[in-house]
Design a protein around this ligand. Structure first.
Ligand code: G3P
Ligand code: CA
Length: 389
């Protein structure tokens, strides 16, 4: 792993650790990559990242959602206890009275026990969300006090039957509770805890008079976590939402990228014809680098799959993003068979683990700077293998 050597430091235990070097990125944010785009390219395949974080960075996706119902303090805590470098706490959506809570989407029928609350039966409805018809219960129709009466449940019990043991144990956390938890855990551990919140459906919520970015910024400012060296990375699938955040706070920012043929919903609404395929061109990446520090592409944008679900050859995305001065945190690696490329499945059981270490090896070899994973413990072992290889 000669290309990674320049970023390795002894961690005092005899093991090697990968640490980002402190430099300022194009917009003044502390990045782990030395200086220029040329330097970035020279390290293609080598370690980059945000200052103070190991590379490749292991990001607990919705906490440790492979083991606990997602976006609960129980899931976040487990991710941290497992050693995740960063915890995705949380995906943020608003309540009717303007609070930010941690749910992956506004519809909460799949991740809470709301259906078991007869008093909320009348709130079930059908809405159009980013062009799709969705039926269920929506956070924007509940006050925070009402949402606090609900409890989280496992989203995918067919794949994660063991996680249903924890159904009903945890409430929906607010963003402010997460920030307080981050501080408590940082104090307890004597080590900075990092979080990676995502603004969900910003255009949709702005249309309802519930703009997300101002709320996120106000809360971060209140807690003194709005600075370029704050341990809070912000992400969104909508580039204009990320640009809005750029004007409000100085945190590291990441633009999420869905499938190549998809269009960010803010582009659809504004008539911008570009697709994700346009955003991942060198020109598109250069534009992103003018306001963000990184991208969060699907793993398929890094290594596409063929019609049979098997991995093909890596694209130029890692090289091109690094040349633009951007870090890459693709999503999402999960241990279970159905979520892995066909090459790494073992049998067909939907809740059985495949050869996820093989998958990590393949993705890490592309030079990505980190990865979102539902199973942070597995990701950490895979990184250890990779670093020591
Ligand atoms: O935030 C990275 C990744 O979480 C994006 O996908 O749909 O899980 O929020 P999603
Ligand atoms: Ca997310």
């Amino acid at each position: 792993m000669a290309t990674r050597e320049s970023n390795e430091q002894a961690d005092g235990t005899g093991r090697r650790a990968l640490l980002g070097a402190a430099v300022l990125g194009a917009s003044g944010t502390v990045l782990g990559l030395g200086g220029t785009a040329r330097a970035a390219d020279a390290r293609h395949g080598g370690g980059r990242g945000l200052k103070g974080l190991p590379v490749p960075t292991i990001i607990g996706h919705r906490g440790a959602s492979g083991y606990r119902p997602e976006h609960t303090l129980g899931s976040y805590q487990l991710a941290l206890d497992m050693g995740a470098d960063v915890v995705e706490a949380g995906d943020l959506v608003p309540t009717r009275d303007g609070h930010l809570v941690c749910r992956h989407e506004p519809e909460i029928g799949g991740t809470t026990d709301v259906a078991d609350h007869p008093e909320f039966a009348g709130r079930r409805t059908t809405k159009t969300l980013d062009g799709a018809s969705v039926t269920g219960w929506f956070t924007e129709d509940f006050t925070l006090a009402e949402l606090k009466r609900l409890r989280a449940v496992e989203r995918i019990p067919a794949n994660r039957p063991h996680n249903t043991l924890y159904n009903g144990r945890w409430e929906i956390p607010t963003f402010e509770e997460v920030l307080r938890w981050q501080d408590e855990q940082t104090r307890k551990r004597g080590k900075q805890v990092w979080i990676y919140p995502e603004t969900k459906h910003p255009t949709y919520f702005r249309g309802l008079g519930l703009g997300l970015e101002e709320r996120v910024a106000a809360i971060l400012r209140k807690h003194g976590k709005h600075r370029r060296n704050s341990p809070v990375i912000l992400q969104s699938f909508e580039p204009t939402g990320v640009q809005r955040l750029r004007g409000l706070v100085d945190n590291p920012l990441v633009v999420l990228l869905s499938g190549a043929n998809s269009r960010p919903w803010d582009f659809v609404e504004s008539g911008d014809p570009r697709t994700v395929a346009d955003l991942v061109t060198p020109e598109g990446l250069k534009e992103i680098a003018s306001y963000a520090q990184g991208i969060g592409p699907t793993l398929d944008l890094v290594i596409p799959r063929d019609a049979g679900g098997r991995l093909t050859r890596p694209t130029a995305l890692v090289r091109d993003a690094h040349r633009a001065g951007l870090i890459l945190h693709p999503y999402t690696l999960r241990n279970e068979n159905p979520f892995l490329p066909a090459d790494f499945r073992r049998g067909t059981d939907p809740d059985a683990y495949g050869d996820v270490f093989g998958a990590y090896r393949t993705y890490f070899a592309t030079g990505i700077d980190g990865v979102f994973t539902d199973h942070p413990d597995t990701g950490l072992l895979a990184r250890e293998d990779f670093v020591n290889d």
